[in-house]
Design a protein around this ligand. Structure first.
Ligand code: IMP
Length: 501
């Protein structure tokens, strides 16, 4: 007969935290959100840690280089989606590694034969008044000059003037050479009273621009997640089919960490993929998953996974449970796997961090997942709502939204993640995800600041200054369905609806 678990499968909303004693030093400013992401031996430290316990989902609608840069600057990590050609995924990784805070790729460029009308049009469209003039009109072409609003007077011109005639030409420009440090660039900006400094390589090709305001912003990011060369950290998703080609290309692009992206990680394909990476690239950390039980955890732990992702069927866009009847409530899955991880640690002295992936709806769910034992979280819907996610903002039915689709939807066609396909073109035999909208929520930083403030406040209420302490000392209680009603505003007429994620 089949094994029937005695435990129910439960979600985060079915639990609450009971506060512990809050000592006087237990204030948000003292909370340390650093958390390990790679397996380590007892008494040692993980070679890689996150500064905040958040990663972004391995999804087309979430993790491209733009989101990866924004999240790493706040202390988290993105795994660039793998459901794209190897070359374009590697290029996204490269873009993140090349990113230098304060050095931005110029997005307003023209050729020298463009006209003032073109300058005005570009200014209207982008809101930027600095235009780089390059030989081929691209962002990395040979720099011939720069046009700023100080170079022309619209009232005295008719619009047909040629840019080459009124730009500040290269030989009169103040510029920096590639390799210059940000603080040196900033000194030049101040000494010459500039708003921006073009940076060029030895062939005088434009590398990027350092803007005065961006340099200041850089100073506001003390949590940035950086490698030894002070470059942002970035991860990438891989699959169990083309890893022999994909992994070397990603390593060549200097990826920092890999994660096998699979809806069901308890498989021999996953074992082989982990073994391959561990044998050929022992220095590159790699995570496995997803699993929801102790057997799945052990299998991947023994296969060499550096971290293990937990969650099947809980994602906001996910219909796996309806389609295949597999999965487990996310809260229960995290509890089961956390227990397996602790047992494994007690037995072997090796700690393997676990990641709660999917199903986080409210910010407080993040606190619950960590309290239940997750070392860090993976979020899709949460990040899809922000400016930095790869999709366009739209106005639909009276509200601003962004598109968000599952990797198992026919739109993403990520058959490698699901292992079933109907044709060689990559169509799925059936869908496991939906195509949807999420409410647009603004910038990543402004939202993350609020979320982290809530997380720190919860940890303080529970008397914890570190995630490890929070995991070990939290007390959780199950809630009845009637007490859930009590938890929101009730029996009053609210004046305005509260903005929730
Ligand atoms: P969310 O944060 O609740 O939106 O969940 C995101 C997670 O859902 C991802 O990290 C994946 O593990 C999972 N996921 C992504 N696409 C699909 C899909 O199409 N079907 C099922 N699960 C998915």
């Amino acid at each position: 007969m089949a094994t029937i678990y005695k435990q129910d499968s439960r979600t985060f909303s079915e639990y609450l935290l009971i506060p512990n004693l809050t000592t006087k030093d237990c204030v948000p400013e003292n909370v340390d959100l650093r958390t390990p992401i790679v397996r380590y031996k007892k008494g040692e430290e993980s070679v890689l840690s996150l500064n905040i316990p958040m990663t972004s989902a391995i999804m087309q609608a979430v993790s491209d280089s733009g989101l990866a840069i924004a999240l790493a600057r706040e202390g988290g990590l993105s795994f660039i989606f793998g459901s794209q050609p190897i070359a374009s995924q590697a290029e996204m990784v490269r873009t993140v590694k090349k990113f230098k805070a304060g050095l931005v790729t110029s997005d307003t460029n023209l050729k020298p034969d463009a006209t003032l009308k073109d300058i005005l049009e570009i200014k209207k469209r982008t809101g930027h008044s600095t235009v780089a003039i390059t030989a081929d009109g691209t962002s990395h072409g040979r720099l011939l000059g720069v046009v700023t609003s100080r170079d022309y007077r619209v009232s005295r011109m008719n619009g047909d003037e040629i840019v080459a005639d009124f730009m500040t030409p290269f030989d009169q420009l103040v510029y920096g050479r590639e390799g210059i440090t940000l603080s040196e660039a900033n000194d030049i900006i101040w000494d010459h009273k500039l708003n921006q400094l073009p940076i060029v390589n030895s062939k005088n090709e434009l590398v990027g621009m350092v803007f005065r305001k961006d340099y200041d912003a850089h100073k506001e990011n003390p949590m940035e997640l950086l490698d030894h060369h002070k470059r942002l950290l970035v991860g990438a998703g891989i699959n169990t089919r083309d890893y022999v080609e994909r992994v070397p290309a990603l390593i060549d692009a200097e990826v920092d960490i890999l994660c096998i992206d699979s809806s069901d990680g308890f498989s021999e394909w996953q074992y082989e993929t982990l073994q391959y990476v561990k044998t050929h690239y022992p220095d590159i950390p790699i995570g496995g998953g997803n699993v929801v039980d102790r057997e799945g955890f052990r299998y991947l732990a023994e296969a060499g996974a550096d971290f293990i992702k937990v969650g099947i069927g809980g994602g906001s866009i996910c219909i796996t449970r309806e389609q295949k009847g597999i999965g487990c409530g996310q809260a229960t899955a995290v509890q089961i796997v956390a227990e397996a991880r602790d047992e494994y640690f007690a037995e072997t002295g090796i700690y393997i961090p676990i990641c709660s992936d999917g199903g986080i709806v409210y910010d407080y769910h993040m606190s619950l997942a960590l309290a239940m034992g997750a070392d860090f979280l993976m979020l899709g819907r949460y990040f899809a709502r922000f400016d930095e996610s790869p999709t366009k903002q739209q106005f639909v039915n009276g509200m601003y939204v962004k598109e968000y689709w599952g990797e198992g939807s026919n739109r993403a066609r990520n058959w490698q993640r699901y292992g079933h396909r109907k044709d060689e073109k990559g169509g799925l035999a059936f869908e496991e995800g939906v195509d949807s909208y999420v409410p647009y929520a603004g910038s990543l930083k402004s939202n993350l600041d609020i979320t982290l403030a809530k997380l720190k406040a919860t940890m303080c209420a529970c008397g914890s200054l570190t995630i490890k302490d929070f995991q070990q000392n939290s007390r959780l209680i199950r809630v009845s369905s009637t007490s859930i009603v009590e938890g929101g505003a009730h029996d009053v007429i609210t004046k305005e609806s509260e903005r929730r994620p």
